[in-house]
Design a protein around this ligand. Structure first.
Ligand code: ZN
Length: 352
């Protein structure tokens, strides 16, 4: 008998101009006419962009508690999760960028509440996945929480997000050119479960942003819609795989290493995109040149100078990347790259 594989997907994905106005109808379905307890996790600036709108809509359905977060550390997430449990929240809505949504997913998971994801920036593919990336814990990578019940992405609001966050979303998706190869490699060498469908879906999101990089980078609602749909597809690929495998390989390990060595300096998708060039080069795939060309064109950093980090930090990140998550087998193997090899790769790809 084959083993059982369970797939949990977001029930509703609502994307488009004005999508935020569908929040009341989603809450109405969840409340079934009764009063419910709703938590809203948002940031200081994201509250003024969209948090207050969501708060106003939620008020009509019962008691509302607003949590304003400054970071997505394990401490912050645990504190809100505890409060959400004590208050017996039914719904936790994450409104904002990565931090608010990650904390909301974790708090909802711990408190047994339904999670709604309302991204205000298209900076990464966690908007529709069950994985939350919390900082300052023993794991610098993302953990399994709960699949959002609904993803509500208002492209009109999101298109006003800072350009750097839009480019970061593109970067996170370009990483799938590497992560699916790493997954397949691990399947061949380690016998790890590999789902062709999930892999192809993740890959499609990368191909899609590569094809439409021009229109996305312009930041128009049309481009933002393409980006958001691709981010949701990548999140769904993770849901189908039951792990972040299709969306996170050696390019993510490198990005996580950068975040460890220089916290807060590089956006997630910026680190991932740079890791993509590097790992494609290590694979011997000429696609790295094309990706680098596109990144230069749209303004994603491709050098240590553009990142504002000394080259030693990038060398160090590349040599420790394989230690970030030892059970996740990638092109970096068990021993990773030597310092000499790392310097060579970074020079050959023009990063340093
Ligand atoms: Zn990512």
């Amino acid at each position: 008998m084959s083993s059982i594989h369970e797939i949990t997907l977001p029930l509703k994905v609502i994307v488009g101009n004005g999508a935020i106005n569908s929040i009341p109808s989603v809450l109405r379905e969840l409340s079934e006419g009764k009063s419910i307890r709703i938590g809203i996790v948002t940031g200081e600036s994201t509250y003024s962009v969209g948090g207050w709108v969501v708060e106003g809509m939620a008020r009509g359905f019962g008691e509302v508690f607003v949590y304003r977060v400054r970071d997505s550390t394990v401490d912050t997430a645990s504190r809100i999760a505890e409060d959400a449990s004590i208050r017996q929240l039914d719904v936790v809505i994450g409104v904002g960028g990565g931090k608010s949504i990650d904390v909301a997913k974790y708090a909802g998971f711990k408190a047994g509440a339904v999670v709604i994801s309302v991204p205000l920036a298209p900076s990464h593919d966690g908007i529709a996945s069950p994985f939350a990336s919390l900082k300052g814990g023993d794991k610098p990578y993302s953990m399994m929480t709960r699949v959002p019940y609904a993803v509500i992405a208002d492209t009109e609001v999101i298109s006003k997000a800072p350009r750097r966050l839009i480019l970061s979303g593109i970067g996170d998706l370009l990483g799938k050119f590497v992560s699916v190869r790493d997954w397949e490699l691990s399947h061949r060498l380690r016998g790890e479960y590999y789902g062709e469908y999930a892999a192809q879906l993740a890959l499609l999101s990368a191909k899609h942003v590569l094809k439409y990089h021009d229109v996305i980078a312009r930041g128009s609602p049309e481009g933002v819609r393409i980006l958001v749909e691709a981010l949701v597809s990548s999140g769904v690929a993770m849901c189908i795989a039951g792990s972040s495998r299709p969306a996170s390989g050696s390019e993510h390990l490198f990005a996580h290493a950068l975040e460890l060595l220089a916290p807060g300096r590089v956006l997630h998708g910026e680190g991932v995109a740079l890791g993509t060039i590097i790992m494609l080069y290590v694979y011997g795939d000429p696609l790295w040149r094309r990706i680098r060309g596109v990144m230069k064109k749209i303004g994603l950093p491709t050098t240590s100078v553009e990142l504002g980090l000394p080259s030693e930090v990038l060398v160090k990140a590349l040599t420790i990347a394989h230690t970030i998550r030892p059970e996740r087998y990638t092109i970096l193997g068990e021993k990773g790259l030597s310092e000499e090899a790392a310097v060579k790769v970074l020079r050959e790809t023009g990063v340093v």
